[in-house]
Design a protein around this ligand. Structure first.
Ligand code: ARG
Length: 284
């Protein structure tokens, strides 16, 4: 029996789209009806929790903090493997205030025995958590995105901390500012990815490591639906409302696709994957 995923989420009470640090963010759209948007965000969040639980996940929901709207994306807060967490260093000043709050959340998880160790990167060594450092449970290594947010140097720091390989992938599209926007390893070994997100060298690395039958290319339309930013839990994949094309492709490969309307969070440039942080990946 595979271990059920334990996922950290952050309550959306303080979520808003109030600044622009990626090209998807639309503060103007949010400002037209902040109360309605907040209610919609709450409904989306609850639907996401229900879909994740139905997919067999255990959830830990931490509170957010006023003035830090993007805390609802805890994938950016840390990288966790074998109970050991290394807390993110955010690139943008708008998100740097999250570091101290997440440190508190992770220390609390350590005290409760969910984690065994909580470490920090050197100041200025920007790295935005599992959004840019994704564990591939089939291959037993991380895929590390760098460029727009996380720095290349951070990959070496993290690899030394975890003692595991992190395969560097340079990100070249501003819409795929985190690796998880355009890259998702699935439990069967397939990689769902949006090719224009990756530099030519990164594509070559991917092609060397992943055979053609395990590569699933996402289209422009799939990307716009935030469908690559998905949570894969065993044979279940939870994502924002997706395209007919991708739903069919994944279903034919034996996955059950569970779709949630995450529109309020897409307005901030986030989908299902970045609204979660898996706390119990194991390298064994
Ligand atoms: N507004 C957030 C930001 O730009 C969205 C983060 C989404 N996270 C992710 N891993 N894709 O930082």
């Amino acid at each position: 029996m595979p271990v059920p995923p334990t996922l950290l989420l952050v309550d959306p009470a303080h979520f808003a789209v109030s600044y622009t640090i990626n090209p998807w963010m639309q503060p103007g759209e949010w400002a037209r009806d902040p109360h309605g948007m907040r209610r919609a965000a709450r409904r989306s969040f609850e639907a996401l929790c229900a879909a994740l639980q139905a997919a067999g996940c255990d959830l830990e929901v931490a509170p957010g903090t006023p003035g830090l709207p993007d805390m609802v994306f805890p994938a950016n807060a840390a990288v966790v493997l074998d109970g050991r967490a290394i807390v993110a260093r955010f690139h943008h000043p708008q998100r740097q205030g999250e570091e101290a709050h997440f440190l508190g959340i992770f220390e609390d998880l350590r005290e409760r025995g969910v984690l065994t160790e909580v470490a920090q990167l050197p100041p200025g060594c920007f790295q935005e958590g599992a959004g840019d450092c994704i564990w591939d449970p089939v291959r037993g290594h991380f895929w590390g995105g760098y460029g727009p947010r996380s720095k290349r140097e951070a990959i070496d720091e993290m690899a030394a901390f975890f003692g595991r390989e992190i395969v560097p992938l340079e990100l070249v599209s501003d819409r795929c500012y985190h690796l998880d926007v355009g890259f998702c390893p699935l439990s069967g070994g397939e990689i769902l990815y949006f090719p224009p997100a990756l530099s030519p060298a990164a594509l070559q690395t991917l092609h060397q490591r992943v055979p053609p039958e395990q590569r699933i290319e996402a289209s422009e339309d799939d990307l716009r639906h935030f469908s690559v930013n998905a949570v894969c839990a065993g044979r279940h994949i939870v994502m924002n409302r997706t395209t007919d094309h991708l739903r069919t492709a994944l279903t034919q490969r034996g996955y059950t696709v569970s779709e949630v309307d995450l529109a309020p969070f897409v307005l901030s440039g986030g989908g299902a994957f970045c609204m979660t942080l898996r706390l119990n990946w194991s390298s064994a």
